[in-house]
Design a protein around this ligand. Structure first.
Ligand code: SF4
Length: 332
């Protein structure tokens, strides 16, 4: 699979400056003893996110999406490459040096209940990021702000004194959204924010996120394994496979995806394929995602690719601009 470090596409420019730029980012994990090959969870990823846009990040479980998100937020220290936030290089900043950026970069987690500390009240949960960011003069001011945002996410101020376990999954995710947005961040990473919720609740949470985006002008990185969710939210979509971005295009153009891996993800979307919709945990492509510690040579999708050619087994394809999108495949 190609090195995705080339930012040559017209899709990698926008009317506004980038709030985030990632350049050839690598996140490797070394096993104990250090002798075995590292797990290359993220392996040379480059892209930008512009103010106020939503970039969808899609791929199967184990493709490195969540690791990439955690590297961007500096939960991990990257192995190599650079991360620029608002033009500042944050790649190697210490915890203390990262503090001013924390309120500007937030995260919404997949499992709403387990992401909220059960020993804390909702008020304490919502005030925590305010305290960490030095927002609000005193407790009364922070509680006021916490009550306001609770109402914005559709919950009553009475929730401030209650604990997370008293709420449903959908309500917990509303609290998670409130916690992420209470500091009015410029960038929010939404890590599968609706996949643990009932279908009936999903669109409510997505609409809530879109409302906040209109009000705050924040940018989202919206991670999901389900392309059907991205259609309604993403300005652009980056498709990830085995630690690399294999296709980057406009969300509106995703139905005409070029890369064979993106095509298999599309075929797994229930609306396009009712037979697959009835299968639980349906695989988007035959076979498993290979071990990132020993990826296949050449194009690392070749063992699963229906259109693989002899060259695919030996030579990693380059990332090229093709028809207004970035794609890494020998077919283009
Ligand atoms: Fe990879 Fe070749 Fe398939 Fe393209 S055609 S995705 S390069 S295996």
């Amino acid at each position: 699979m190609p090195d995705s470090k080339k930012d040559t596409s017209p899709r990698e420019s926008g009317p506004f400056p980038a709030i985030l730029s990632v350049n050839n980012l690598k996140q490797y994990f070394y096993r104990k003893g250090g002798r075995a090959a590292p797990v290359k969870a993220v392996d040379g990823v480059s892209f930008s996110v512009f103010h106020g846009e939503t970039l969808g990040l899609v791929g199967e479980s184990g493709c490195g999406k969540s690791t990439l998100a955690r590297s961007i937020l500096r939960i991990y220290t990257p192995t190599d490459g650079r991360i620029f936030f608002e033009g500042n290089d944050i790649t190697r900043l210490s915890r203390r040096e990262m503090r001013p950026y924390r309120k500007k970069m937030q995260m919404i987690f997949q499992d709403p209940l387990s992401s909220l500390d059960p020993r804390m009240t909702v008020g304490e949960i919502l005030m925590e990021p305010l305290i960490g960011s030095g927002i609000g003069k005193n407790r009364a001011e922070r509680l006021l702000r916490a009550g306001e945002i609770l109402e914005q996410v559709g919950l009553s101020r009475d929730a401030l004194g209650r604990c997370p376990k008293e709420f449903s999954g959908g309500q917990c995710q509303r609290i998670g959204v409130a916690r992420a947005l209470i500091t009015r961040p410029g960038l929010v990473v939404c890590d599968e924010p609706v996949s643990a919720l009932d279908l009936s609740i999903r669109s409510q949470i997505v609409n809530l996120l879109l409302d906040f985006q209109r009000e705050l002008g924040c940018a989202y990185i919206f991670i999901t394994h389900d392309l059907s969710v991205l259609r309604s939210v993403s300005g652009r979509v980056a498709v990830m496979y085995l630690g690399r971005i294999v296709e980057l295009c406009l969300g509106a153009e995703i139905s005409d995806a070029l890369h064979p891996y993106t095509r298999t993800l599309l075929e797994a979307v229930p609306a396009r394929n009712p037979r697959l919709a009835r299968q639980k945990d349906r695989p988007p492509a035959a076979g498993e995602v290979p071990d990132p510690a020993s990826p296949p040579g050449g194009c690392c999708f070749h063992p699963r690719c229906r259109r693989a050619m002899p060259v695919c087994e030996k030579t990693p394809p380059e990332t090229r601009a093709f028809g207004g999108r970035l794609v890494s495949c020998h077919l283009y």
